[in-house]
Design a protein around this ligand. Sequence first.
Ligand code: CA
Length: 245
Amino acid sequence: MAVTILVVEDEPAIQELISHNLKRAGHDTLCADDAEQAISMVNNVLPDLVLLDWMLPDMSGIEFARKLRRESRTQSVPIIMLTARVEEQDKILGLDAGADDYITKPFSPRELIARIKAVLRRRLPEMSDEIIALGGLKLDPTTHRVFVYSIKDPSKLTEFTLGPTEFRLLHFLMAHKERVHTRAQLLDRVWGDHVFIEDRTVDVHIRRLRKALEDIGKDGLVQTVRGTGYRFSIESAMETASTAG
Ligand code: CA
């Protein structure tokens, strides 16, 4: 699970230590010495996670976290605060500002990597390489293969093919099952940041994905939520199936 992590830390030795360990863990890193530099980096490339020092020279980490949470482009980026403060009150303040977790300095590199992994698994399940089996489908992100379980014999799997975009779309929807996603959110998370394509494109690929699911008898899993967007749902798919049957 290689992700891009922005490290905002003004102490060069700590920044270097973090960056070195993140690279060793297979992540791409961006490093900023202060909030201003971090903002311009974020405007350029949307990171998958931000490691944010509490005390920065130009703006507090708390203020920076709030700023990220206020803007729609950055509001869902996971944030881990780095702090030398250990008081309960400060931790609450950090979490209130929208941080997902905090790490108290000094920390061990192993703890840092483990915390990052835990936050990513929780916040960005579609970045994980874990196999997802759901609604009679089995999706393997590593091999980019997707299978359907036979209804008569659940031990039997049949592979079916999807285009690369439909595969990523299905992976994202399955990783966030039962949740509704707007077209804009899907564009951001499936197509990537700063991609200038129309919302309509999402509909086109949703249609293709549905057609592929229909062909294997799995229609109803990808649903339109009127006026909002799309979701992958097993519960309502079963309801639809039982009403129809
Ligand atoms: Ca600092």
